[in-house]
Design a protein. Structure first.
Length: 278
């Protein structure tokens, strides 16, 4: 690891198989397959809050047990290629593990492509609304907004410097975050195709795609990208040429970053503790 200063179920099975085959060419790296994430168990959330009328506009809350009044807060945005097939369920074990690490966790569900009203930028608007709603319920302790993959993309865009709620956020962390929609939609892969389909619901030109790219925005002043060097879904190139801080995890794959038993997960907890001064 090194730090650099710069800036439903059928769909899950298909995605799991695709990811497993992507990793098959180098078993020595032993990246976590998506199926291993699906097999994890988790505690149940303590509360649910709706922030809109749509069935996907809600927040699940895990409190840090007896420490909830003094614990730092993680607003967590799940990934899944912005598609309706992938809800927050696969990140419940990560949310549960964050709670066990001493954080209050606010996991955000949002409208996704394939749902009514899920065209771009519905998911981004939902995440912004959810963050604002969560901020009304916080305990005056430090706050991180953290997202994985497509959720990292949304977390970065929802907390740009021009966003009113950004000033009350201590750090923003993109885990294998998609930062450049122009280049990402031009590459081969199932998630790349989903990104292209999403963008076509609203945009047609490359200039339009820049609007949806965190790379083209003024990101939160304390933004971190945490990226595995062997990620086959979101490559290291997505961390290039951004004015943010980068933590590079050698040998880690895409799903190591949301698996609580991985070495990558240990690095994420350490980063959260440092940024939130736990």
């Amino acid at each position: 690891m090194k730090c650099l200063s710069k800036q439903s179920a059928l769909g899950l099975v298909f995605f799991s198989l695709a990811v497993s085959s992507a990793f098959a060419d180098d078993n020595s790296l032993q990246q976590t397959p998506f199926q291993s994430v699906l097999e994890l168990t988790s505690d149940s959330p303590d509360k649910r809050y709706d922030y809109g009328p749509h069935s996907s506009q809600f927040i699940q809350y895990w409190d840090a047990s007896k420490q909830s009044d003094s614990a730092a807060n993680i607003i967590f945005i799940h990934g899944g290629c912005w598609l309706k097939e992938y809800d927050m369920t696969h990140t419940n074990p990560a949310s549960s593990a964050l709670r066990k690490a001493g954080f209050n966790v606010w996991s955000v569900e949002y409208r996704r492509l394939g749902e009514p009203g899920g065209e771009w930028p519905a998911s981004l608007n939902d995440v912004k609304t959810a963050i604002h709603s969560i901020q009304q319920k916080l305990n005056n302790q430090p706050v991180a907004v953290m997202g994985h993959s497509a959720g990292g993309h949304l977390a970065l865009l929802a907390t740009t410097q021009e966003t009113p709620s950004a000033k009350n956020i201590n750090t923003v962390i993109g885990l294998a975050a998609i930062t450049d929609m122009v280049s990402y939609t031009q590459e081969q892969g199932s998630c790349n195709q989903a990104a292209s389909n999403l963008m076509r619901t609203a945009y047609t030109s490359e200039a339009d795609y820049q609007i949806a790219s965190p790379k083209a925005q003024k990101l939160h002043v304390n933004t971190w990208l945490i990226q595995g060097t062997e990620d086959k879904i979101v490559p290291m190139s997505q961390t290039a040429d951004l004015d943010v801080k980068l933590e590079q995890l050698e040998g880690a794959g895409h799903f190591d970053l949301i698996h609580p038993n991985s070495t990558a997960w240990e690095a994420i907890i350490q980063r959260l503790n440092k940024e939130l001064k736990q």
